[in-house]
Design a binder for this molecule. Structure first.
Ligand code: ATP
Length: 730
C-alpha cells in the first residue's frame, strides 16, 4: 500500500539513471537518483541503494535524510528545498564532495571534520547565525551561506575557498577574510556593509558583488585598488551611487575593471577617468594652453611683435626647470645679472604671499587669487599652473617687457609649465636643474625652513618625475645640470649659456669683461657689471635671498634705460649697415633631440685663447657683397635687430657705427650655409663642438656656428617698441 510522500520502489526505478560500474567494480548498477518535486517525505527506501554516487531530492518535504548513512560512495547530494532541520544528519560518506542544503530549516552548523572531502557546500536560505565547524574542510572551495542570519564573518580562516557567498545576511563589516588567499568571487550583496576595507589582501579576487549595501564614499573603492585581477564589481543600490562622478571615479580607482554595476566599462570611460583624475602632463598642458588661447582670442587682438616668431627663428627664451628650491630661481637671477646684455628675468605672477626678502615685480608679481583669475580671463597668461595650493603663471607681458628691451627672457618653472610652454609658439631652451643626491636636497629644503613635511615630500617625489620624463623623452630638456652644488651648477649653466651664445671666455676666467661681447660697450653703457670671481659667494648669498638687493642696486631706472637705449642705437646702426643677421636664429636653434647632462659638455674644454676663438653668435654678419639675399631682406634683417632678436647678435651693442670693420668681424661665407645645416644635425645642443667645428674669425666659412645655416630671412619689422624710445632714436 502506497503511503503519501513515501518513495516507493517503482518510483525509484523511474528515477534511477547513470548505469555504471559499482564502486567495488563487481557489478553494474545505477549511480544516480533524481526525484525532484514529488512531495516526498519518506525516502528511507534509499537505504538499499548503497552504490548511489549522486542523489537529487530537491523540492520535496523531506525531514530525515538518515538513508544517506548507507551510501558510502555518495559524491553529490542535493536536498535543497526540503524541511530538513538536522545539519548533516547522517553518517559521513567518505567521498561526499558537493552538498546543497539550501532552502531548509537548519539553524546550527556543526563540526564537519568527518566531511573532509567537501568541495562545495550550499547552505542558502536557512537560519544559521554563526559560521562554524568548517575548519577541517581543507578542500572546500565553494561556500554559500546566503540569506541566513549571519552578522559576522568568521570561522573561515585558511579555507581554500575560491567562491564565497554571504549575500542577504546582516553583516556590517568585512572582516576575517584576509587568510582566504584563493578567493576569486565574493558575494556580500544585501548586507549592511559601509566600507570596503578588509578586502585588500585578496589578490586573486576577480568579482565582488556589494549590491544593496551602505557604501557611501567613493574613496572606499581605493581599498580594492591593488587587486589587479579585479574585473567585476557591483555597487548598485549603495548610497555611493548618488555622487555625481561616481562611475568615472570608481573606474579611475579600479582601472582593471571590465564590468561595473553590471555594465561594461568602455575604453572611453577609462580614458575619461584618467584624464579627469590623473591627467597625463600632456593633457594638463593642453588644457592649460587651450584655456589661455581661448581667453586670449576673446580679447581685442594685439600683435605682440617683440616676441612673434620670425620666419627663421623663434623669440629666444631660456627656461630653467627642476623641482622646487633646486636653485633655479637664484641661478636665473644670477645669469641675468651676469649676461645682462643678453638676458633679463621674466617674473611670473603668483598668488602665494612673498617670502621674507622677496619683492613684488622682482621675483614674482604677487597678486591675489581674484587678480590672477581676472588675468586668466583677460587672456594675459601664456601658461599657468597650480603648485602647493598656489597659482603661478607666466604672462605674455612679462616676456614682452623683456623682449622690448631687446633681450632674451629667462624664466624658471616646474615641469607642468614646461609642458604647457611647449604648446605655445615660444621655443625656449629648457635646462633641467636636478638634485642628484636626494639627501642633500632634503637637507637643503629643511635648512630653508619654509616648507612643511608634505611640501618637502612633494618636492622630493618630483625628482623622480623629472628623471622619468628625461629618460622617457630624450630631447625634452635641452640640457641637464646637477644642482647639488649650486656654485658648480652655476658654472655649468654659465658655460652652457656661453655655448648657446657662441661666446668664449677670455683668459680672465670668471671675469665678466671677457664674456660680454664688448667690454667698452658694457662699461660705457652702464650695463650691469658681470659676476666676478666671487660668483660662488654671490650665489650662496642668493640662497639667503639677498640677491634682490644686488640686482636692484644695478637695476636703477637710469642704468637700465641707458643700457637699453644704447643697445637699440647699436642695433639700429647695425641694421642700417646690414651687418646684423637674424642671430637669434642660431642662438636657440635646436638641432638634436638628446639632452645629455651639461657635465658631459664640460668635459670638452672650452676653446682657449690660443685656439681658434669662437665667434659670438652674431658675428657672422652676412657680407653684403656676397649675400645673395635681396637688399630688402637685408634691410629687414637689420631692422629686426631692434626686436628682441637683435640682441643675440653678440657684437651688436659694442660695434656701433664701425660694425663690420673691427678685427673680429668676418663676413659669412654664403657658400657654406647649406653645409652648415647638415653639419649641425646630430650635434647635441649643449655639447660643445670641437674648436675646429666652430666658426672662426679667420675661417669664416667653417661650419659649426649654430644656425649659421639659416638663410637670413629675417623677422618682420617690429612695431611694438616703447614709442618714446624707438621714436626718438630712429
Ligand atoms: N609660471 C610658472 N609655471 C610653472 N611653475 C612655476 C611658475 N612660476 C614658478 N614656478 C615654480 O613653482 C615652484 C614654486 O615656486 P615658489 O617660488 O613658491 O617656490 P620656492 O620655494 O621659492 O622655490 P624656488 O626657489 O624653486 O622658486 C617653483 O618650482 C617655481 O619654479
Amino acid at each position: 500500500m502506497e503511503i503519501a510522500g513515501e518513495l516507493t520502489e517503482d518510483e525509484v526505478f523511474k528515477c534511477l539513471s547513470g548505469l555504471g560500474q559499482s564502486a567495488t567494480g563487481l557489478q553494474h548498477t545505477y549511480l544516480c537518483l533524481s526525484a525532484p518535486g514529488r512531495d516526498l517525505k519518506n525516502v528511507s527506501i534509499l537505504c538499499n541503494y548503497i552504490y548511489l554516487q549522486k542523489l537529487e531530492l530537491p523540492y520535496n518535504k523531506i525531514k530525515d535524510l538518515s538513508c544517506v548513512s548507507h551510501m558510502p560512495y555518495l559524491i553529490t547530494l542535493d536536498a535543497s528545498h526540503n524541511q530538513l532541520t538536522d545539519f548533516f544528519g547522517f553518517q559521513p560518506p567518505k567521498n561526499l564532495k558537493e552538498v546543497n542544503f539550501s532552502h531548509n530549516q537548519m539553524t546550527a552548523m556543526k563540526d564537519l571534520s568527518a566531511y573532509s572531502s567537501l568541495t562545495k557546500l550550499i547552505l542558502d536560505h536557512n537560519s544559521f547565525s554563526v559560521i562554524r565547524g568548517l575548519e577541517k574542510c581543507k578542500r572546500l572551495s565553494h561556500l554559500s551561506l546566503a540569506h541566513n542570519n549571519i552578522s559576522r564573518i568568521r570561522g573561515l580562516d585558511h579555507l581554500p575557498l575560491r567562491e564565497l557567498c554571504l549575500a542577504g545576511n546582516m553583516i556590517n563589516k568585512i572582516e576575517n577574510l584576509q587568510t582566504l588567499h584563493n578567493l576569486q568571487v565574493l558575494d556580500l550583496s544585501c548586507n549592511r556593509i559601509q566600507s570596503l576595507t578588509g578586502l585588500q589582501n585578496l589578490r586573486f579576487l576577480g568579482t565582488v558583488n556589494l549590491e544593496s549595501n551602505l557604501i557611501t564614499e567613493i574613496k572606499e573603492a581605493a581599498h580594492l585598488h591593488d587587486l589587479i585581477l579585479l574585473r567585476e564589481i557591483n555597487l548598485l543600490k549603495n548610497p555611493v551611487q548618488d555622487h555625481d562622478d561616481y562611475r568615472i571615479a570608481v573606474i579611475f580607482l579600479l582601472q582593471h575593471l571590465i564590468l561595473l554595476d553590471k555594465q561594461t566599462v568602455t575604453a572611453e570611460e577609462k580614458v575619461a577617468a584618467v584624464n579627469k583624475y590623473d591627467p597625463p602632463l600632456e593633457v594638463v598642458a593642453a588644457r592649460d594652453h587651450m584655456t589661455h588661447l581661448v581667453y586670449q582670442l576673446m580679447q581685442p587682438q594685439v600683435i605682440f611683435d617683440s616676441t612673434l616668431p620670425s620666419l627663421d627663428a623663434p623669440y629666444p627664451m631660456l627656461v630653467l626647470t627642476g623641482p622646487q628650491a633646486c636653485g633655479k630661481r637664484e641661478l636665473a637671477h644670477k645669469l641675468c645679472q651676469e649676461f645682462s646684455d643678453y638676458f633679463a628675468y621674466g617674473a611670473c605672477h603668483t598668488t602665494r604671499g612673498p617670502y621674507f626678502g622677496e619683492e613684488d615685480g622682482l621675483d614674482y608679481h604677487f597678486v591675489t587669487e581674484e587678480e590672477f583669475h581676472n588675468m586668466i580671463q583677460m587672456g594675459q597668461f601664456i601658461q599657468t599652473m597650480q603648485y602647493g595650493g598656489h597659482w603661478y603663471g607666466l604672462s605674455r607681458e612679462s616676456i614682452e617687457r623683456v623682449a622690448r628691451e631687446g633681450l632674451a627672457c629667462c624664466v624658471h618653472m616646474e615641469l607642468e609649465g614646461v609642458f604647457s610652454l611647449k604648446n605655445s609658439y615660444f621655443e625656449p631652451r629648457y635646462v633641467l636643474l636636478i638634485p642628484s643626491v636626494v639627501d642633500n636636497y632634503v637637507l637643503f629644503l629643511k635648512a630653508r625652513g619654509f616648507y612643511s613635511n608634505a611640501q618637502m615630500e612633494t618636492a622630493v617625489s618630483r625628482i623622480d618625475l623629472y628623471a622619468r620624463i628625461n629618460r622617457e623623452r630624450p630631447g625634452f630638456f635641452d640640457s641637464i645640470i646637477p644642482c647639488d652644488d649650486r656654485a658648480e651648477a652655476y658654472r655649468s649653466l654659465k658655460q652652457l649659456v656661453k655655448e648657446y651664445l657662441g661666446l668664449e671666455e677670455h683668459s680672465g676666467g670668471g671675469d665678466s669683461s671677457s664674456i660680454t661681447p664688448d667690454n667698452t660697450s658694457t662699461n660705457t653703457t652702464g650695463e650691469l657689471p658681470a659676476a666676478s670671481a666671487t660668483e660662488s659667494t654671490d650665489l650662496m648669498d642668493s640662497y639667503s635671498r639677498n640677491y634682490q638687493k644686488k640686482i636692484q642696486a644695478n637695476m636703477t631706472p637710469q642704468r637700465t634705460e641707458m643700457a637699453s637705449n644704447h643697445r637699440r642705437l647699436q642695433q639700429i646702426r647695425e641694421a642700417l649697415s646690414g651687418k646684423s643677421p637674424g642671430a637669434y636664429a642660431e642662438l636657440f636653434q635646436r638641432s638634436v633631440p638628446a639632452a645629455p647632462s651639461s657635465l658631459a659638455s664640460q668635459s670638452h674644454p672650452p676653446a682657449g685663447p690660443s685656439s681658434s676663438p669662437v665667434r659670438p653668435a652674431g658675428l657672422s654678419a652676412p657680407n653684403l657683397s656676397e649675400d645673395s639675399s635681396s637688399e630688402e631682406s637685408r634691410a629687414s634683417s637689420g631692422l629686426s635687430m631692434r626686436s628682441s632678436a637683435g640682441v643675440f647678435s653678440a657684437e651688436s651693442p659694442a660695434r656701433g657705427s664701425d660694425a663690420g670693420s673691427g678685427p673680429n668681424i668676418e663676413p659669412l661665407d654664403i657658400s657654406m650655409l647649406g653645409q652648415d645645416r647638415d653639419s649641425l644635425r646630430g650635434l647635441t645642443p649643449d655639447a660643445p663642438r670641437p674648436a675646429s667645428d666652430r666658426v672662426s674669425p679667420t675661417h669664416p666659412s667653417s661650419p659649426g656656428r649654430p644656425g649659421a645655416n639659416v638663410k637670413p630671412v629675417l623677422p618682420p619689422i617690429p612695431s611694438g617698441r616703447k614709442t618714446n624710445d624707438s621714436g626718438s632714436k630712429q
